[in-house]
Design a protein around this ligand. Structure first.
Ligand code: ACO
Length: 432
């Protein structure tokens, strides 16, 4: 019996199978169960994918037990300190940090695709003024496939690359327009002399009546958040993009499905939920009451921005962003905003509470990103949109990797059926 196998015996049939163990560069070994059903007539059951690897990937690695996150082998701490979002985007998409020439070329290609087709602008008028920007994002982004027919052939590497550039470049333009629509201000066109994040801030906050200058602290803080949010291996929204893509759907449609999955408060919606929660808590004096609610099993309330499926010691992104959060609050936040004091106090209380300590519930990246966004002046309902802009790079990189994978097949999970046993149709007049 090989050491690189796992043996499974079905005690009811007496059948035995030796399954191969696969190993990645780092990380736990993986049992390859692809022949299990064919050989043994057995499925595996793993709701929430607690023990299931859904694909091979060479993009991002996470070791949740030790708080490790790497993009293409580079520790997130080094990228956060030394890199920029577009450099990281190049790394995630093409596998290597760019040379100076490669970065210039990539930046210029992104800039050349920031405009959206003028007809797309009329889509916004179909939405109510109070539509949630994430709802607008899902609709408008999904409609890109109706415009850019010359990048829809997923079997053509040139089309895939063009679609990738378009999605990353147009995302801030579409996002800023979704905000402008809700506040009733005119759309601002992209300004290609600005950085990726600077351009987004300008499109969101500039108005034709006066000059707008991008705050360099806000720009750097957002660039950092974007680096931290750029990819996170097979999370819910990325898996959604891969699942949609596995049916050969076009990339714009696939990324639109990723935006939908990101919206939920258990995922990217958490940064917005953090602020909503802080507003609900309202005052430092109420913290004890809400901590008790979070611990009460009969109360659905959870501390938003705390806990993570994978990181059980700490979220390395939270460690990086915490420092930036304190810096932003000291330099550009409204010093009189009571929510900031409340957030910092809540962080302290929860970190010292036995319930949160024993369950390894630490603040995650979104606890701090929400607070930074508020300090910068990003409206709460745009927080998850910001996340979507950054994560587009990861979605696109993962989608491109999947399409190029020779083992790629349509994703089709199985189930345990526990509905009615076979029964015969009863004519309506005989039904009771
Ligand atoms: N507040 C209070 N208790 C919590 C919290 C929380 N935020 N998170 C988990 N717990 C408790 C659970 O009640 C459970 O307690 P028990 O063992 O006594 O039953 C235990 O901690 C384990 O929780 P699970 O729900 O099993 O953990 P899971 O890995 O399934 O969920 C999740 C992870 C969804 C992130 C969860 O911690 C949560 O809901 N957090 C709040 C939402 C949030 O911040 N999401 C952002 C995630 S980061 C991202 O997407 C970028």
């Amino acid at each position: 019996m090989s050491k690189d196998t796992v043996t499974i015996t079905d005690n009811s049939s007496g059948k035995t199978i030796e399954l191969p163990i696969r190993r990645g560069t780092v990380g736990p070994p993986v049992v390859d169960i692809t022949t299990l059903y064919k050989e043994m007539g057995l499925f595996t059951f793993d709701p929430g994918f607690l023990s299931t690897a859904s694909c091979r990937s060479s993009i991002t690695y996470i070791d949740g037990d030790n708080g490790v996150l790497m993009y293409r082998g580079y520790p997130i701490e080094q990228l956060a300190e030394k890199s920029t979002f577009l450099e990281v985007a190049h790394l995630l998409l093409w596998g290597e940090l760019p040379t100076k020439d490669q970065l210039d070329k990539f930046t210029s290609l992104i800039r050349r695709h920031t405009l959206i087709n003028e007809s797309l602008k009329s889509f916004y008028n179909g939405f109510y003024h109070d539509a949630h920007p994430m709802a607008v994002m899902v609709g408008v982004f999904g409609s890109l496939s109706a415009f850019y027919h010359d990048s829809l052939d997923i079997h053509d590497a040139g089309h895939r690359e063009l679609a990738a550039l378009r999605m990353i470049a147009k995302m801030p333009t579409i996002a800023a327009a979704s905000y402008k629509h809700t506040v009733g201000e005119p759309f601002v066109y992209p300004k290609n002399t600005l950085s990726y994040v600077g351009n987004l801030l300008n499109m969101m906050f500039a108005v034709p009546a006066e000059e707008y200058a991008v705050d360099p602290i806000a720009e750097r803080a957002m660039d950092l958040i974007f680096i931290l949010h750029a990819d996170h291996e097979q999370n819910a929204s990325t898996s959604t993009v891969r699942l949609s893509g596995s049916s050969s759907a076009n990339p714009f449609a696939c990324v639109s499905s990723g935006i939908t999955a990101l919206w939920g408060p258990a995922h990217g919606g958490a940064n917005e939920a953090v602020l909503t929660m802080l507003e609900e808590i309202g005052d430092v004096k109420n913290i004890g009451k809400y901590i008790d609610k979070a611990k009460d099993k009969n109360d659905p309330f959870r501390l938003m921005g705390f806990g993570h499926r994978i990181y059980k010691k700490y979220d390395p992104r939270a460690k990086i962003i915490r420092q930036m959060c304190h810096e932003v609050l000291a330099k550009i936040g409204d010093k009189n905003d009571p929510l900031f004091e409340l957030a910092l106090r809540l962080e302290e209380v929860a970190l010292n509470d036995e319930y949160f300590q024993s369950r390894s519930l630490y603040p995650n990246v979104d606890f701090y990103s929400g607070i930074i966004y508020r300090a910068i002046g990003i409206p709460t309902n745009m927080f998850t949109v910001m996340f979507a802009i950054a994560r587009t790079v990861g979605w696109v990189a993962q989608w491109m990797e999947m399409i190029a994978d020779p083992d790629q097949r349509i994703a089709r999970p199985r189930q345990i059926y526990d509905g009615a046993a076979p029964r015969n149709y009863i004519p309506i007049e005989q039904r009771k």
